[in-house]
Design a protein around this ligand. Structure first.
Ligand code: JHZ
Length: 417
């Protein structure tokens, strides 16, 4: 019998409550980074239910169905270095930590979900020793070629102890856009505690649920992201851990992210920013993040957005306009599949990631080319699927607009620029 590749969760990942409320069903979709080779276009793709649920006890928003991580991450085509904005963000984030922690060549920085080593490269350039951890075999090879030592595997307590056989405890551990991907959060955070130096800090960052809801960022909901964090459920989880949150900061990356700073409970060298934490909790409460109705309203808005967007794109096709996509992002693939946008609407998609070029988008089978194709075919409209980088994309394609082309930004609202 074929092994089941996904499972349904019955209890909350943080508080174990079964008081879960399903509020959004985006369909049975292929995994968002499951790009298809030309020879496989006629093969049926695996599809997995994308259902979002809200824990009415600790208020964690999470996926109902969990796909086996090996299917999603053992071979991974997304790389952070495809965006200048993200690399700039990494540089600033690293510099801030290096300054506040006074890190130097005797320190040790670890990045969990280190991908091609882009973040650690910022430490390396400052002379600080580094180690990456990532499950994607293909990307570990790339990181090693970039001179970033990387352990291949899924980070947990066993792996943390193995790292300690060869390395010292970490002065700083990063996990950017990683905690949302973790199934067993308690094991993961325990593993962070194991590897962290007693004076060290752990910094995690992820797309913030408040921005997701307010800005209609439904397309950042996909199989890779098991949890959609607000501050409250994280504080709930921290009660059972040996590490605690001492500060939180919002920023604009990826449409709005939350950066959370952790330290060991026994480390008193950092003051807990109680006011900042309380203020954010108050805001979450005021914005209705702890209320299931907020999520019902969100689901309705997304359905409306789908109808409106589809209608407008079809109107453009009716008057014979050509439209292409920009950025074969994971989020783009969710938008295309949920809105049912295929080659009848988009001729092709351009993407700067060499690993994605020559492949086809999962489910919708739109061909992916390098960015220069835009200037060979001169489309009328570009639909920016990587809307989180719309400024970067529009500024590097000024010529397209100068020549009469128009950009469409699909989120938070269909908008022609
Ligand atoms: P981007 C990934 O999501 C997956 P995606 C992951 N699960 C996650 O959590 C988020 O990142 C944060 C292209 N591009 O970064 C490159 C250009 O072609 O929004 C990328 O394929 N030209 C880890 O995939 C895509 O757009 C450009 O000038 O949604 C952007 O993908 C720029 C700026 C980007 O992540």
């Amino acid at each position: 019998m074929k092994k089941k590749l996904f499972k349904k969760i019955l209890t909350c990942r943080i508080c174990a409550s079964s008081n879960l409320y399903d509020f959004l069903f985006l369909g049975d979709l292929p995994i968002p980074n499951g790009f298809v080779k030309k020879v496989d276009l006629n093969k049926e793709e695996e599809r997995y239910p994308l259902v979002v649920t809200f824990c009415q006890d600790c208020n964690l928003v999470q996926l109902r169905y969990i796909v086996d991580p090996k299917i999603m991450f053992d071979n991974y085509l997304y790389i952070p270095s495809s965006s200048r904005t993200r690399i700039e963000h990494f540089k600033q984030m690293v510099q801030e930590v290096v300054d506040t922690m006074n890190l130097d060549e005797s320190s040790f920085a670890v990045d969990i979900g280190s991908n091609d080593g882009s973040l650690l490269n910022c430490f390396k350039n400052l002379g600080i020793p580094v180690l990456g951890v990532d499950p994607a075999k293909n990307l570990v090879k790339v990181a090693e070629l970039n001179g970033i030592e990387t352990v291949c595997g899924y980070y947990d307590s066993v792996l943390a102890k193995k790292i300690l056989e060869k390395h010292t405890n970490a002065s700083v551990i990063f996990a950017t856009n990683v905690v949302a991907h973790i199934g067993n959060l308690y094991n993961f955070f325990k593993a962070v505690d194991i590897l962290l130096d007693k004076k060290g800090i752990f910094v995690c960052q992820f797309p913030y649920i408040l921005d997701l809801i307010e800005q209609n960022q439904f397309d950042t909901i996909y199989h890779e992201h098991l949890s959609y964090f607000g501050l409250k459920p994280l504080l709930e989880m921290a009660k059972k851990l040996q590490i605690e949150i001492y500060d939180v900061k919002r920023n604009d990356l990826d449409g709005g992210s939350l950066r959370v700073y952790w330290k060991k409970k026994l480390n008193h060298s950092f003051r807990i920013q109680k006011d900042t934490i309380e203020r954010l909790l108050k805001l979450e409460q005021e914005k209705g993040l702890y209320d299931k109705q907020t999520y019902d309203t969100f689901a309705k808005r997304i359905e409306n957005l789908k109808q409106k967007t589809k209608k407008k794109l079809l109107e453009l096709k009716k008057i014979k306009k050509t439209i292409v996509g920009y950025g074969a992002a994971a989020k783009g693939n969710i938008l295309l599949n949920y809105f049912r946008i295929n080659t009848k609407i988009l001729d092709y998609i351009v993407d700067s990631t060499p690993y994605k070029q020559g492949l086809y988008t999962p489910g919708t089978h739109i061909p992916i080319y390098d960015e220069s194709r835009i200037y060979q075919t001169h489309p009328d409209y570009i639909l920016i699927l990587a809307w989180n980088f719309k400024d970067e994309i529009m500024s590097k394609n000024k010529r397209f607009r100068d020549e009469g082309g128009k950009f469409i930004v699909p989120v938070p609202q269909f908008h022609i620029m």
